[in-house]
Structure formats: structure tokens, C-alpha cells
Design a protein around this ligand. Structure first.
Ligand code: NOJ
Length: 514
């Protein structure tokens, strides 16, 4: 079935396949599980599904350490299962986005093994550098998780560079042969019917070949980084290891490889210049959208929302989101976790002036579960345990039913599932007052009533953000006290008396078209 062209600001539902639905009893979700439960995403009225990595992987970074970019991990299924998933998505009217992790591979990837062995074709597929005369690392670059970005390889007697863990060697994207390989990977998935790509760590793809030391960040620059600002990576100004002069232009290759009709959304992980970089990355010949961590890492505050709008030259290209496989669940972290709060934040997303990313389970109002350390596999959570970002907690499989293992698996789930009673899809589906039913209503309102999402004007007064669209006025009260507001709202996230907008409430007034 062929789908209409992409909307400018699609709503995208993220599925982390290992935690969505298990059909084999292995305790880990699989592609057939995604197929089986894809109608749940369709019922939310989203435009697309983003499927996190399902490729063969030794799982040193939750599947973002890929050993073979053109295959399916046998624990998750086969290429035939993937083809089935594509056609099921299209039958349901959903476009499919998959992750492209081009910054690095796994150390298990045949390319890396051959590169270590010095095979002439693969020698320069990765970023190798000689030690300094005293044997220490080539420069002061740090991995984004904190430890040094260089690991010694005794066979080559050189260091290799890695932006993330030492199990994820960075590819040398300046190498023409590597570029040809990446083009072929994108083409492989497009030929299988994929409609778009989420470009992992797009700001890390290029660095300066000079390998100059990064200067220290100024205290102001460091202060601007929320979230894990205790990680030493935030102590540097990433002048030389993140998207140097030609970095933004390099992204035009991705557009060329993916095709004009593919939706490209990039993940920006680079601290204090995030919004500026995201806007620089999003041009017709580059990507459709990019998202930064500013809103989730600042607890979805009015100040963070306004800061994004102030810095963005093209807010309609910024992806708006609160939770992902990389962030603790927002309910209860940003706000108090009550149904009122969940619905307020859902409306903040649904009225946003750009693409929206919903992470599986947030539509149920799930809060971040506690996990015992011995259940956790995520390298970042473990490195800073118990103060890490809680990435693994967000990946706990979601509850489909109230029964054993919440209908996720007939085996033993790969992470403990201790969801409160009544949170399952089955229960919430039949309760009109549930969070799930609210998510369906608010995103149907975005699609059917809100109209053109071109932001004409906006303002911030105390804790209230007002957005002006051609067909609607939106007010988001991030504070906890009531403010005066026009009467007769057409949509509200919680009950309001005419003439006031209570705290933690969002409301929309449609403009008459007559
Ligand atoms: C971003 C991914 O979202 C995250 O999960 C991963 O750890 C890093 N990129 C490295 O691939």
C-alpha cells in the first residue's frame, strides 16, 4: 500500500523492540511481537513508528553496538519477519523509520576485525592514531559517557577512537569506501520499504582530522548542559571532535543516500550548542528534523521550552519529546506523575510546533521503575550507578495485560516488570478516563483540529507559554497556580473553570475560520 507524502510535523511512536512484545517465550521482545501489537501504535493515530535497533549485536550498548548493519538479530527474528513488519505497518497506514547507527560499529563487526588485522581494504575504516611518544593517548578527547575516547589495540600498536563505549569503535566517515558502504546500507533498507531513518548521534559523525586537543568549556558553557553534567565530557568545548566546519554539509550525503522522499531525523547530543546545531542540520537538502535533549533534561520546564523557541531559527524542524530509551520516564520526574500531569505533558507534546516523538508506554502514564543493580545491563547507568540517567528503567517491557508477566512474555522477562495494577493497555483501553484514552484523544485533536502548525508567534509570561498558530491559540501553564485565560476553550488537558487556566493545565482555543 502506498502512503501519502510525509506530513511536515509527524507524530512518531518509538518502539524499543526488545521490550515491546515477545512471541517466542525467550523473555525478549521480537519483530513478530512488534507485528502482533502494531495496531496499538496505529490506534494512537500516529503517523509513523520508529523502530530502535534490531540488528545483530553483542549488546554492549543495548543494540546500538551493531555487528551487521544489514541483518536481523536471530534472537529478534529474520529478514522475512522484517518484511512482514513493513507491510503490516503500511497496511495500518503507518510509515516506518529505523535507526541508522553510522557513527560506529560493534568491535564484533567483521569490518573492525579486518581493520585490526591490517587488511588493506579495511585499514582506515576506523579512526586509528599513534600514541604520543610517551605511549599515552593521541589527544584529550573524551567519550560521551565520560572515560577517554581512545582505547589501545596491541596488535596494531595504535589507539582507536570511540565516541561511546570502547566496544563501539568510531567509523572513519571521511573514507570514501566507508561512505559507499553506508550508502549501500541505506539503500538496502529503502529497498525493503523503509520510509525514513533516525540518524543516531548525528553530531558525532565527523571530527577534525588534525585531532587537536579540545579546549576547556567555560563555566557558563558547562552550566548550560543539564542532565549528566557531572560527566567529564561536559568539561570540554567540543571544538574539534564534534561537527567541525564541514560537518553540517556532510549531512547532505545522508539525504543523497536516503532519497528525497525519506524522512530523516537526527539525534543531537552536543550540549550547549544543541538547538543551533539542530537547526543547522535541518534544511531540505539535509534532514527534515533533529531533536535535542534540552526539554527532557530540564524537566520539561517553561524556561527550557522558551529557551528552545528563542534559539531555534526553525522551530518546526525541532523534534519535541520527553522520554526515550535514553531517558528516565518523564511521568513523576517532570511533574508529580498524577494523571493530571501526564495529560498536561501529553498536551504540551501534542500542541508542539514540530515533529513529536512518543516513547512506548508513556501513553500509559508509566513512571520510572526502580531496578536492582544486578538486573541492569546499560553501560551508562552502570558507570554512574546509582546516579546514572536511568536508561534501563525506561526499557522495562510494557504491560499489555494485568496477568502473568503482563502479557509481554510467557518466559521470564529480560528486566523485572513490577508495574502497578491497572496500568496495562487492556485495562486502560476499556476505561474512558484512562491516560491511554487521553493520549488517543489529544493526538486525534492535533491531527484533525489543530490545523497548520506553523508557529506565528509565541510568548512566555511567568510559567505560561502561549503559542499562536494560524488556526489556534495554545496556552501551557507549566506552573502550579491558576492564571486568567479566555473563556470557552475547545480542548483542555484537565477541567477548567471558564476564565481561568489552572496550574499544570494546557488549553487550546480554535480560531473561527468564517
Ligand atoms: C544514541 C543512542 O540513542 C544511545 O542509546 C546510544 O548509547 C548512543 N547513541 C550510542 O549509539
Amino acid at each position: 500500500m502506498s502512503l501519502p507524502a510525509w506530513p511536515a510535523a509527524p507524530v512518531i511512536y518509538q518502539i524499543y523492540p526488545r521490550s515491546y512484545m515477545d512471541t517466542t517465550g525467550s523473555g525478549t521482545g521480537d519483530l513478530n511481537g512488534v507485528v502482533q501489537r502494531l495496531d496499538h501504535a496505529a490506534a494512537l493515530g500516529v503517523d509513523a513508528v520508529w523502530l530502535s535497533p534490531f540488528y545483530p549485536s553483542p549488546l554492549h550498548d543495548g543494540g546500538y553496538d551493531i555487528a551487521d548493519h544489514v541483518n536481523v538479530d536471530p534472537h529478534l527474528g529474520t529478514l522475512d519477519d522484517f518484511d512482514h513488519l513493513v507491510s503490516r505497518a503500511h497496511d495500518l497506514g503507518l510509515r516506518l523509520i529505523i535507526d541508522q547507527v553510522f557513527n560506529h560499529t560493534s568491535t564484533d563487526a567483521p569490518w573492525f576485525i579486518r581493520s585490526v588485522a591490517g587488511d588493506p581494504k579495511y585499514r582506515d575504516y576506523y579512526v586509528w592514531a599513534d600514541p604520543k611518544p610517551d605511549g599515552t593517548q593521541p589527544n584529550n578527547w573524551l567519550s560521551q559517557f565520560g572515560p577517554p575516547a581512545w582505547t589501545w589495540n596491541h596488535i596494531r600498536r595504535q589507539y582507536y577512537f570511540h565516541n561511546f563505549t570502547s566496544a563501539q569503535p568510531s567509523l572513519n566517515l571521511r573514507n570514501r569506501d566507508v561512505q559507499c558502504e553506508l550508502r549501500a546500507i541505506m539503500q538496502f533498507w529503502r529497498d525493503r520499504g523503509v520510509d525514513g531513518f533516525r540518524i543516531d548521534a548525528v553530531t558525532s559523525l565527523l571530527f577534525e582530522s588534525s585531532l587537536k586537543d579540545n579546549p576547556p568549556a567555560t563555566p557558563e558553557e558547562q552550566e548550560k548542559v543539564a542532565g549528566e553534567n557531572f560527566v567529564p565530557y561536559t568539561y570540554q568545548n567540543h571544538a574539534h571532535d564534534l561537527l567541525p566546519g564541514d560537518g553540517l554539509v556532510f549531512v547532505e550525503n545522508l539525504r543523497d543516500w536516503a532519497g528525497d522522499d525519506a524522512f530523516l531525523i537526527g539525534e543531537v547530543t552536543s550540549g550547549n550548542q544543541s538547538v543551533e546545531l539542530a537547526c543547522g542540520l535541518t534544511k531540505p537538502e539535509r534532514m527534515n528534523a533533529a531533536y535535542t535533549t534540552d526539554l527532557p533534561e530540564n524537566n520539561a520546564s517553561a524556561a527550557a521550552y522558551a529557551d528552545i523557541l528563542t534559539r531555534a531559527t526553525s522551530p518546526c524542524n525541532i523534534g519535541w519529546w520527553l522520554t526515550s530509551h535514553d531517558q528516565a520516564r518523564h511521568a513523576g520526574k517532570s511533574g508529580d506523575g498524577s494523571a493530571r500531569d501526564v495529560r498536561f505533558l501529553a498536551t504540551v507534546l501534542a500542541t508542539a510546533p514540530g515533529p513529536v516523538l512518543i516513547f512506548q508506554g508513556e501513553e500509559l502514564g508509566l513512571t520510572q521503575p526502580d531496578l536492582p543493580k544486578d538486573a541492569v545491563t546499560d553501560p551508562l547507568d552502570l558507570l554512574y550507578w546509582p546516579d546514572g540517567p536511568g536508561r534501563e528503567g525506561a526499557r522495562v517491557p510494557i504491560p499489555w495485560t494485568e496477568g502473568r508477566n503482563r502479557g509481554f512474555t510467557t518466559g521470564s522477562p529480560w528486566l523485572p516488570m513490577k508495574w502497578p495494577d491497572g496500568t496495562s493497555v487492556a485495562v486502560q483501553h476499556i476505561d474512558e478516563a484512562s491516560n491511554l484514552r487521553f493520549y488517543r484523544r489529544v493526538f486525534a485533536f492535533r491531527r484533525d483540529d489543530l490545523g497548520d502548525l506553523t508557529l506565528q508567534d509565541w510568548s512566555k509570561e511567568a510559567e505560561v507559554i502561549t503559542l499562536e498558530y494560524p488556526g489556534a491559540t495554545v496556552k501551557l501553564n507549566f506552573g502550579t497556580t491558576s492564571v486568567d485565560a479566555p473563556k470557552g476553550a475547545d480542548f483542555t488537558s484537565s477541567d477548567m473553570d471558564d476564565g481561568t487556566l489552572p496550574g499544570r493545565t494546557a488549553a487550546v482555543w480554535l480560531k473561527s475560520t468564517g
